[in-house]
Design a protein around this ligand. Structure first.
Ligand code: GCW
Length: 615
């Protein structure tokens, strides 16, 4: 582990991380004293006002800035004040409150120190089956989370392996409490992923949610857990999914399963976050009727209104699984009487492993058009954090963590303003360079989409690790993940005449998606099966568009490398970013050539522009 504390978006605070603070209000005072001194700014007065809760009010009184807020509000106000000054702006006056009360990071960290889909090194807090961490790094992490505005961290993987079950057993509670103590000063509460079948470890022959012994075991467990960590935010559960146990085994519904756990945590003010990522993961590719994107809606929409008040149903943004582009999950639009959380993935599982540039704020912002932010009451994001010196693998991937917090505070925030703020705070580049960096980030998703799987084509990725092209990789698998590319046509018909998926949408979206003429290009093959000679709006054939996108995406990657070389970034960020960019260029070429060759071979159609497509 490196001794040096790495640059974050608060570089003026880098070398001293708050120690000895027990509450967010104390951390606020520490950060302001240090930051204002470094920035040569007046230190604001702090006025605790519990009624403001996590919100804060910044105003001037007798010529002196004042920050009022609840304990966490003071901390958020302090960071807002410091950030504005560091970015060369006036301190923001007025009241600010977070849009979402629960702003979670879900960590897929395993107790052995590995991270499922982690691209930034090993876990920052687990090793060898137990909690183990470097206090300085955890304080810096706390500062990053607190200053981004995140307020809950689920410490362990939703796939709860045996060692992690110990977290809520008596033997594990002291360590859990210590870790909660470490993050509490930053306004971050812990959450724990639990195994639905955990009572069976204790001689109870079933995990049936309607069984009294099971209910009693969970109630007693929750009592013990909250005795150790009184402000634990709640439990998170992945059930009946990808071989995890769940209520289906006992013929019970997911409302029955979730409510049983919710009743155990309710007396302690805890929430029960239940994931809606449930589908048949043992599909037969020959079966064209079972359509995986339909699964969550089929399972959950009929249960609307049946969940207890402290259950939050956590739904991934799209109906598949964090692909580059998916339509909004129809489940999110079908459950007005259920508390919903929208789940994103900061970890770049399908979006380039924190090697390829992929800034997410534009994508999150785009979703607000189809999913009014008021539809959900919480947001969650799978963590991109790890033990790498820079915390996020790629130094620019920090923009996604920072940006997620800004979006959780205000889902309608302008993505460009967020990326600019992050870039300015982190690097303070000369104006034109900052513009170039921000433009590159704003465009990064589109570039990635072009050279990987454009037009809503999903799953052309290598199943082994989910990096790099493999057009047949998922085609004959059990996971319900097909492109069905043939000699004449590609894509899946999800209209009423096809799988019927489109019928899960409210009318306006259904109309937009049900005909190829109305469907936006970027989701065309998600909803429709089209011939390669299908004419796109701009007159190009479908196959030509596939070729063009792959060539363009790979070329744009090379342009990004030139932009990057021109930036006066500090070391080691510049070297790290350039090294990753070299890999991105290599991999974008590989995507281009593999995917274009695949379609060229299948269709027999040449590129109109006679560029090289290998045979
Ligand atoms: O995307 C899939 C991932 C799994 C993950 C699962 C989930 C934690 O490939 O690694 O398991 O989603 O969201 O539960």
């Amino acid at each position: 582990m490196s001794e040096a504390i790495r640059r974050t978006w608060l570089p003026y605070l880098n070398d001293d991380v708050p120690a000895g603070c027990a509450t967010p209000a104390e951390t606020a005072a520490f950060e302001l004293a240090l930051g204002c001194q470094r920035l040569g700014a007046p230190v604001p007065g702090l006025r605790e006002d519990a009624a403001l809760g996590e919100g804060y009010h910044i105003y001037t009184e007798s010529g002196r800035p004042v920050i009022a807020g609840g304990s966490a509000g003071l901390l958020y106000g302090a960071y807002a004040y410091l950030e504005a000054l560091a970015a060369g702006e006036d301190a923001p006056e007025g009241v600010q409150k977070p849009f979402y009360g629960l702003r979670m990071i879900d960590c897929w960290d395993n107790a052995d120190g590995s991270i499922e889909r982690g691209y930034s090194g090993r876990s920052l807090w687990f090793e060898g089956g137990r909690f183990q961490w470097d206090p300085r790094r955890i304080r810096q992490l706390g500062r990053m989370l607190g200053s981004a505005g995140v307020n809950a961290l689920c410490v362990n993987n939703v796939n709860v392996h045996a060692e992690a079950e110990d977290l809520i057993e008596d033997a594990g509670l002291t360590e859990l409490a210590r870790f909660a103590d470490a993050l509490r000063p930053f306004g971050v509460k812990l959450m724990v992923s639990v195994n639905f079948a955990q009572p069976m470890r204790h001689g109870i022959p079933t995990a049936d949610p309607l069984d009294e012994a099971v209910q009693q075991w969970w109630a007693e467990r929750a009592d013990a857990v909250w005795r150790a960590v009184p402000d634990l935010a709640g439990f998170l559960v992945k059930a009946d999914s990808e071989h995890r146990p769940g209520p289906f085994t006992y013929g019970r519904s997911h409302a029955e399963g979730a409510n049983m756990l919710a009743r155990a945590v309710a007396p302690h003010g805890g929430v029960l976050v239940w994931r809606a990522f449930v589908y048949n993961c043992m599909q037969d590719w020959r079966d064209k009727k079972t359509d995986r994107p339909m699964a969550a809606y089929e399972t959950y929409a009929p249960l609307d209104g049946q969940f207890d008040g402290n259950v939050i149903l956590q739904v991934k943004n799209g109906p598949y699984d964090f692909q580059v582009r998916e339509p909004v999950s129809p489940t999110l639009l079908a459950m007005p009487n259920t508390n919903l959380a929208l789940e994103w993935q900061l970890a770049q599982e399908y979006t380039g492993h924190q090697i390829d540039l992929y800034a997410m704020n534009p994508m999150w912002h785009e979703m607000t058009a189809d999913l009014p932010p008021e539809t959900v009451m919480a947001v969650a994001a799978v963590s991109n954090l790890g033990r790498d010196d820079n915390f996020t693998g790629h130094p620019f991937a920090a923009a996604n963590l920072y940006g997620y917090g800004r979006y959780a505070w205000n889902p309608r925030v302008d993505p460009e303003a967020v990326l600019r703020r992050w870039a300015r705070l982190t690097y303070a580049l000369p104006g034109a360079q900052e513009d170039a960096l921000v433009a590159m980030l704003m465009n990064s998703r589109s570039v990635y989409e072009k050279y990987t799987a454009p037009l809503g084509l999903c799953w052309m990725v290598n199943p082994e690790g989910h990096y790099g092209p493999s057009p047949y990789g998922y085609e004959f698998s059990l996971w319900g993940t097909y492109n069905r590319a043939g000699r004449d046509a590609v894509g899946i018909d999800r209209t009423a005449a096809g799988t019927g998926y489109v019928l899960q949408y409210p009318e306006a979206l259904r109309r937009r998606y049900e005909t190829p003429e109305a469907c936006p290009d970027d989701l065309l093959l998600f909803f429709h099966r089209l011939r390669y000679d299908y004419r796109m709006r701009d007159g190009r054939t479908l196959i030509q568009r596939i070729y063009d996108d792959h060539f363009e995406g790979a070329e744009q990657t090379e342009a990004m490398a030139r932009t990057l070389e021109g930036l006066s970034l500090p070391e080691p960020d510049k070297t790290e970013a350039l090294e990753r960019m070299r890999l991105q260029i290599r991999d974008a070429r590989e995507w281009r050539d593999v995917i274009n060759t695949f379609f060229r071979r299948l269709s027999g159609v040449d590129d109109e522009k006679t560029r090289t497509i290998y045979d």
